[in-house]
Write a protein that binds this ligand. Structure first.
Ligand SMILES: [Zn+2]
Length: 111
């Protein structure tokens, strides 16, 4: 497993940032895709913006943008009638099981 996957399993969403040019390297990698320097790992800012969402069975999934650059697909624990595209969401939990798993809740506490 990679550093990224291991940390997800522990509940930490970490991202790689270049030690040299300070670019966020996404998808996560040990090397900067801009200047090939080694990256450092840090926790991602958990507050993001909901780009779009869709409902599948009884679950709601959304694409969330974090740090103005990173886009992930996550489960939304928000009542469908309260969801708005562009709204603020916050990372609630994460895991790794055959792929990254993210769950987001609303920033304003409306579920
Ligand atoms: Zn770099």
């Amino acid at each position: 497993m990679t550093m990224f996957e291991n940390e997800l399993k522990k509940g930490n969403f970490v991202i790689s940032e270049c030690g040299n040019c300070k670019t966020i390297v996404w998808p996560p990698s040990d090397y900067c895709n801009n200047c090939l320097s080694n990256v450092t790992w840090r926790k991602a800012n958990p507050v993001g913006r909901l780009i779009e969402f869709s409902k599948k069975d009884e679950k709601i999934f959304g694409m969330i943008e974090l740090e103005g650059k990173i886009r992930v697909i996550g489960k939304l624990k928000i009542n469908l009638s309260n969801i708005k595209e562009g709204q603020c969401v916050i990372l609630h939990s994460c895991d790794y099981d055959k792929g990254p798993q993210f769950t987001f809740v609303s920033c304003n506490g409306h579920y």
